[in-house]
Design a protein around this ligand. Sequence first.
Ligand code: NDP
Length: 240
Amino acid sequence: MSSLNGRTALVTGGSRGIGAAVALRLAQEGADVAITYVRNEEAAREVVQKIESTGRRGLALRMDAAGAVERTAEEFGGLDILVNNAGIGVLGPIGDLSVEDVDRTLDVNVREVFLGSRAAAGVLRDGGRIISTGSGLTQYAGGPGGTLYAMSKSALTGLTKSLARELGGRGITVNLIHPGPIDTDLNPADGPYAEPQRAGTALGRFGTRDEVASLVAYLVSEDAGYVTGAEIGVDGGHAA
Ligand code: NDP
């Protein structure tokens, strides 16, 4: 299937985990794909090689989201898809979370998403797509420790619904996905917090990166042209 032939995409935080799977899936569907990263240059380079092995153009950018939007549009001659995937998870009892934790979390999970989306609103072609990555913890906490992380991800609901209204006239859709426990470096399926998360899902298991990438592939496709301003879980029933 090559439903994204001729399209261009930027996936923030695409060097590892969910973002890497999304980047590769979009390339397999026919898009040229840029990714951002912060530390892991080697991993970013490997993802670009995989993108290029599909015959599409790949690009790794170590820069803020807004700068990456501009740069991707320049390099690829336009932008059709922004996936706001980059995020950090700082968990713990509220009294243990420092001001630095708060600033860092809001910077990556909220401020960067807003500024990247603002830049994308300026350059996206008609019919474009913005998808942001929230969290199942905004729908159902299930336990303590998620105050800061859940608060930061909840902010994306307001952004998504309002921006869907602003950009709908151009045929641009804006949606928010809420992954449940997905096996990545951030949340390993064999980590110390894995068992209660697994037990908290209806399916009794962690999800895979590819299962999240499948939802993104649907939302960026023509088939999802009437889906906008929506929040969609990919959480094994964690919120059920
Ligand atoms: P990982 O920690 O496995 O990967 C994070 C990726 O984001 C890496 O590519 C990392 O780059 C990059 N990154 C981190 N900070 C920045 C930044 N400031 N700018 C650009 N890139 C950055 O995370 P996941 O794949 O697990 O998570 C992806 C998204 O999904 C996040 O928003 C997370 O909150 C969300 N999510 C994850 C869940 C899970 O269970 N895994 C559940 C619910 C939501 P580098 O390689 O350079 O470090």
